[in-house]
Ligand binder design. Structure first.
Ligand SMILES: O=C1O[C@H](COP(=O)(O)O)[C@@H](O)[C@H](O)[C@H]1O
Length: 292
């Protein structure tokens, strides 16, 4: 892909298409909208869960070996269920700083809608992970987003490194995707996906509102992962069509389907049903994934 910068507007040329991508690109990050390269379709939901567990532990061990700490960002939804069956090995938990990719602006102990309350209940308390960047628990999304960014900025760069553009670089970012293509709380058809300088933003689309990490932060994680496996009450048919749009459809834009903006930077892991609309994609066993 080639990038042409013209009078403050960026055009990405991908596979013969010219796309107008206003202010989304903050060098040196190119928005690569060609098909995602790092896509794994594993046989079962359990395989996907095991693959994510392995990624978390490997990323933690590697980060701790390199810099003595592990900076992890997690979303809500099905990823919480995946993490709830992880039994941490070794002592990486005590060296982990956890942040949320997105979070509703509600009190942190609200078990019905606070990701933090759910995560505590499902695994954080059991793991003993207490070093968590939480919201203040108000309903003011803009103030919460500013405060969240300030809390992230206060984390030393030895724990949460910054890149050359000043953005934080999480060791691992697990990113939730909805079947409308939203990532974190960056929804289709809204301006938030274009945010190119803040680390966290307020999203007042639903009630209660949310905060979300921004696309540049998601893109800059050392490693980022989107997983989709099984079905849920929200997605009784799974997310097969959405995942195909996310990784393979070269016509969709981030404005229409934000998840496609992660193609160049993210590892995508699906079970067979959620990968079923990608018949030409290679299949792998869990062992092959773990050995790669
Ligand atoms: O709306 C949301 O959905 C995503 C995806 O949820 P999932 O249950 O389908 O994995 C979630 O990650 C995010 O936190 C939530 O706000």
């Amino acid at each position: 892909m080639r990038l042409i910068l013209l009078a403050g507007t960026s055009f990405a040329i991908t596979q013969g298409y010219v796309r107008n991508v206003p202010s989304l690109i903050r060098p040196p990050f190119a928005l690569d909208l060609s098909s995602a390269k790092d896509v794994w379709i594993l046989p079962t939901e359990q395989d996907v869960s095991n693959a994510v567990h392995s990624i978390v532990e490997d990323a933690a061990n590697k980060a701790i070996a390199e810099k003595g700490s592990f900076a992890l960002a997690i979303p809500g939804g099905s990823v919480l269920t995946v993490l709830s069956s992880l039994e941490p090995k070794g002592d990486w938990v005590s060296k982990t700083t956890l942040a949320y990719v997105n979070h509703k602006c509600v009190p942190n102990d609200d078990l019905s809608s606070a990701i933090h309350a759910k995560a505590r209940n499902m695994f954080l308390d059991r793991w003993g992970l207490t070093n968590v960047v939480t919201l203040d628990g108000t309903a003011d999304a803009q103030a919460e987003a500013s405060a969240y960014q300030a809390k992230l900025e206060a984390i030393p760069a030895s724990v949460l490194p910054r890149d050359a553009d000043g953005f934080p670089v999480f060791d691992l970012c697990l990113i939730g995707v909805g079947d409308d293509g939203h990532i974190g709380s960056l929804y289709p058809g809204r301006d938030e996906i274009n945010e190119a300088s803040k680390w966290a933003i307020g999203v007042e689309m639903k009630s209660p509102p949310s905060i979300s990490l921004t696309l540049p932060v998601m893109q800059r994680a050392k490693q980022s992962v989107v997983s989709a496996a099984g079905k849920s009450d929200k997605y009784p048919k799974g997310k097969a069509s959405a995942m195909r749009l996310a990784v393979d459809d070269e016509q969709v834009t981030p404005a229409e389907f934000p998840a496609c903006a992660l193609r160049g930077t993210t590892v995508w892991i699906f079970d067979e049903p959620n990968g079923s609309e990608m018949p030409s994609r290679q299949r792998a066993t869990l062992d092959e994934f773990l050995a790669h």
